[in-house]
Structure formats: C-alpha cells, structure tokens
Design a protein around this ligand. Structure first.
Ligand SMILES: Nc1ncnc2c1ncn2[C@@H]1O[C@H](COP(=O)(O)OP(=O)(O)O)[C@@H](O)[C@H]1O
Ligand SMILES: [Mg+2]
Length: 281
C-alpha cells in the first residue's frame, strides 16, 4: 500500500501537482502577530519536526521577514521577475528557507512584461523540494491577498481577542466566501490572557460565521500574550529558539503536531492559479 501511494505521488508530482502543502497566513487587521506566527511555525516544523519548509514573505510592499531573520533584503522576489535563478534568491534561515518579498508597492506592477511562464516554472520546480510552503501576507483583503488565499487549499486566519481584530477577521472570511466561495479557514487567536479568552473569542467568530455565512471555521490554536516574544524580536531572535519552553512556543509546537496529523493533500498548479487570480498570466 505504502509503495503504491509513494509511486503515485512521484508520478503526479511530475505533472505539476505538488505534494507540498501551501498554507497562507492572513488576518483582517494588521499587527495581530501573523509574521511572528509564520516565523516560529516554520522554525518548529523544520527544526524540531525535520520538515522541509519554505517561508515566503508575501506582504507585498511591506515585506519585513528579513528584519526578523537578519537576511540580505536585496535578494528578494523582484529578482525572480528580472530573470535571476530562484536558487540564488532563496536564503537559509535556521533549518528552513526563506524567499523574501517585494519591498516597494510598485515593484509588482513593474513586472508586467516579464515572461510569467518562466517565473511560474521556476517557482513550481523549487516548490516540489518542500513539504510545507508557508506564505505570510499583509493585513486586510486586497486582491493580492485574496489571490494567495484562493490558490491555497489551506489558510490560517490570525486574530486577537480585540473586538476590532475579530470584526476584521469576520469581514475577511465573509468577503472570501461571498466573492469566491472560499471556505477553508482555520483560526488562531493570538495575544490571549489565557486559554479561555481564546476559546471565547473563537466562539464569537464561529457563531457569526455559522449564522450569517452558513459555513464553519475550525479553531487551530490559542497563543498567549508573552513578553518573551517582544524580547526575542528586539534581539532579532525567534522566541521558539530562545524560549523553547515559553507557553507561546508550546502552543505553536502543538499546532505543528495537529498539522502533521493531516495527510498531505496534493495541490494542483498553485503558482499558475495564483498569477491567474492576480490577472498576470
Ligand atoms: N503573542 C504575543 N505576545 C506579545 N506580543 C506579540 C505577540 N504576538 C505578536 N506580538 C507583537 O505584536 C507586534 C506585531 O507582530 P507581527 O507578527 O509583526 O504582526 P503582523 O505580521 O500581523 O503585522 C510585534 O511587535 C510583536 O512583538
Ligand atoms: Mg507581518
């Protein structure tokens, strides 16, 4: 059985179908902890669970992952569209790899004349090397964030217990569902006082989603507020590395375990779809 399944996987991966899981991390409101979640989730999956992980900074115009990882900001996705080999742009960060984003808002729009099929072919080829491709996006729901969500079979929505963050998370889910019929959401509640505050926050969101949209959402995890995260950020370190026993790190480790229980779902032509949704192909 196992041999048959792996044979099948090898076969489909030749036809542009990935076994890698694309997970897009989004939020309604900014500053809720998406980037820190993406970084520490990638770190633990790679470092502790030995998965091959590529973290992509898709906060277009305000990419900032290089600041947390002390990487060379010059090597970013812009160069992919200028004909550079992707292997020269991807950088090592601890046990995972990182692909940095565009730093200026106009950069994506300057790429119109680039051969999209070449870019897609490079991204496709490299994606097959990873078990997980984690995509950190900017806040809100512009067409670019929507495109990443639509192309991913999975999305994690980060919120905090604050009413404004919760309202914006609901607005994001609502527009993704109403505009595109997208309904694959897992919720992470960050900066909680305790587990109860997180589950209560999640239920408020779930009640609205059930009632007004007639779909369901899952609670993926509750992350505590912790000063250790701020200390780590100031030192350009990852909390998961510097404070492996902090409750925040433990919660992310638990989310990794939950994610690893789920059988990989093959995903067809992620990059092709993404650029199509962005109106670029
Ligand atoms: N669980 C947490 N506890 C304490 N501070 C946090 C926590 N999560 C995020 N922060 C702080 O919130 C700020 C925004 O985090 P960031 O990950 O950059 O958010 P986003 O990517 O959603 O804009 C950072 O200054 C970070 O230090
Ligand atoms: Mg961010």
């Amino acid at each position: 059985m196992i041999d048959q399944a792996s044979g099948l996987r090898a076969l489909v991966s030749k036809n542009g179908i990935h076994n890698s899981k694309f997970i897009t991390i989004a939020s309604g409101k900014g500053g809720v902890g998406k980037t820190n979640f993406a970084l520490n989730f990638s770190y633990i999956l790679a470092q502790e669970f030995k998965k091959k992980v590529l973290l992509i900074d898709a906060d277009i115009g305000m990419a900032n992952i290089h600041l947390f990882l002390d990487l060379d900001p010059v090597k970013n996705m812009k160069h992919l569209f200028m004909g550079e080999r992707i292997e020269n742009i991807i950088q090592k960060a601890y046990a995972f790899d990182a692909l940095l984003g565009f730093s200026g808002l106009d950069e994506l729009y300057e790429m119109d004349d680039m051969p999209m099929q070449t870019v897609i072919a490079q991204l496709d080829a490299v994606s097959k090397n990873y078990d997980y491709i984690i995509i950190d996006t900017g806040a809100g729901i512009d067409e670019k964030v929507a495109a990443f969500l639509r192309a991913s079979s999975k999305s994690y929505i980060i919120t905090t217990p604050e009413p404004t963050a919760l309202m914006d998370a609901y607005a994001l889910i609502k527009s993704m569902y109403n505009m595109y019929g997208y309904e694959s959401f897992k919720i992470v509640v960050n900066m909680c006082r305790d587990r109860e505050e997180g589950t209560l926050t999640f239920s408020k969101l779930q009640i609205s989603v059930n009632k007004f949209l007639d779909i369901d959402v899952d609670l993926l995890g509750v992350l505590p507020y912790t000063d250790n995260l701020k200390t780590a950020v100031k030192k350009k370190e990852l909390i998961a590395k510097s404070y492996p026993k902090d409750a925040y790190t433990k919660s992310i480790r638990q989310i990794c375990k939950e994610e690893l229980k789920i059988e990989p779902k093959s995903q067809e032509r992620f990059w092709q779809k993404l650029f199509h949704f962005m109106g670029k192909s």
